[in-house]
Design a protein around this ligand. Sequence first.
Ligand code: OAD
Length: 235
Amino acid sequence: MQPVRNIVVLTGAGVSAESGIATFRGPGGLWEGHRVEDVCTPAALRADPALVHRFYDLRRAALGGVAPNAAHHALAALDRAWPGGLLIVTQNVDDLHERAGATRLLHMHGALLSALCAACGVRTAHAGALPPGSRCAACGAAALRPDIVFFGEMPYAMDRIVDAIGGCDLFVSVGTSGAVYPAAGFVEWANDRGAATLELNLERSAGSDRFDESRLGPAGELVPAWVDELLRERR
Ligand code: OAD
């Protein structure tokens, strides 16, 4: 195998599970009590903005009671130590990667601590509740909405993601079910480019067969062990 220089890490809800944030699709998952179509689609936002805003207000408020876990800290340590290319692409809308100190990071599905103006498209940092009709500081329209990429909308920063996967030698997926595209297809892009592919997940996922290697267990154990291994090999 070639020496690894450029790494892309994709993370999903499983990386934050040990911090106490429920995953989406497991029992007791975040969608419980709501159909995805009722809280995570443009049609839902039009039909019942109060429900959709409230759903994300509660999730934003819950961030105050959680902290990064060993997996977030290990990825932040990798970010600090890795001399080659690294991009952490998270599907998560929590801020636990950045609170652990990761900087080479992008949120492809948006962020709870951000508001998006549906009128002018400006994204602004936002804490606290975001009632429907909140005004955009940039254009003045009463059109702020949660900055979440709903089903049917284009994820953020796809150009950067395509470039990073196109130039990586190692693609690692952590804590994601492989149920939602385009993220679920990233492993195939990495395979096409000849990169090594590794999955770290609690259980086998929809995409496990597409990875060169799949390690099963909690992210809080698997991720620090993998980062140690990678940094040790580098020395
Ligand atoms: P899912 O809830 O679909 O999958 C979470 C995965 O993490 C599952 O495969 C679990 O087995 C695994 N898991 C659970 N606990 C774990 C742990 N402690 N360590 C490691 N793995 C663990 O969440 P995502 O794949 O992130 O999109 O879902 C993808 C997208 O679907 C989300 O970004 C969200 C949702 O619709 C939007 O909100 C736009």
